[in-house]
Write a protein that binds this ligand. Sequence first.
Ligand code: ADP
Length: 380
Amino acid sequence: MSADSQILVVEDEATIRLIWERFLNRWGYQVDMAENGQVGLDRAREHAYRLIITDLAMPVLGGQELVRTLKAEQPDLEIIVTTGQGTIEIAVEMMKAGVSDFITKPINFGSAEYVIKKCLENVQAKRENIRLRRINRDLEELNKIKEKFIAITSHELRTPVSIIGNIVQALEPSMDGTEEASMIRMIGSASEQLREIVTEMHEISALNSEKISLQPSRFAFQPLCEEVDVEFQLVIEERGHRLNWYVPEHLSIRVDRAKIKKVLRELIQNAIKFTNDGGEITVRAANNENGEFELTVTDTGIGIPHDERKWIFGLFYEVSDTLHHHSSKSQFGGGGMGIGLAIVNDIVAAHQGRVTVDSEVGRGSRFRVTIPQPGPGSGA
Ligand code: ADP
């Protein structure tokens, strides 16, 4: 018995065994032989064959018994039975018991080669399938651990981070004019960065743990844009960008206000980060001819390579090397955790909408959000 054998032939007639061996070797298979069902069973228990070819009528232990025992012990094992004219019904019965195929005697070795090849391909596909299922199960497990880690860490970090922030706030006025004042300010800005990270982590675990719950209402969109414009004014000025708004004064939409504000903020934040100083960022909003609210944020920034575009909406994905970005969120190429667009995507999807991106490397990007709006007769 060879350690590399892939196929076991169980056949009581010595001449047929010899012919099988010749042909199988010629087709490139390593093969073992057994002269009856009992020897076949013992070998199949000792060695992991990819395929068993067995005769049906044999002394000591017949093929039917062998098949039933092996299928009970190794359900995934591929078995082909060889059968004479008189036992075709039994072969069909055997197929119901899990046999992969049968070959009639006298054996036509041309078609036998095809049947065996097909069977072994089947084995390969089954193994691949099992391997992929296992990988998938491991990935799901890893994902659960990751979600748990983020949830626990963000929860545990919240309190100390807010304590540091509060102490800095309390100390700042009394430090004015002292040597330590600038250090306290540095601690303040570092703890602010930490607070933002913790908030983002908390948002991810909220996304992970539940479907986003929406509180839609109808409201005028322009005032929301003004609020966002004020928030970014300082950064826009610092970076020498221009932030243009094209939002009709009477545009009213029905969405979750806080969540859409988050979407707009994330898109503008990215446009600021990924556009060289002195760039142009343009926000347009309107109800389009398909009855959808349409929002676009366009920048004149670095753009996104075509093959990266399908990844950027996934969690923790950043096009550039994460290790080389700045920690400031407003600087060119500034840092993030690669979650902004994942949040945008989930919020928009929760509104039954979609977000897409057009981009040209070196020229800029345009993110487009469309969200269906209730028809005029709906009263919403
Ligand atoms: P991050 O926290 O890194 O900004 P996002 O999920 O918001 O995470 O974005 C994922 C990645 O998509 C970014 O790291 C960046 O590589 C790319 N990206 C997003 N917006 C833009 C943009 N306006 N211009 C160029 N690249 C962008």
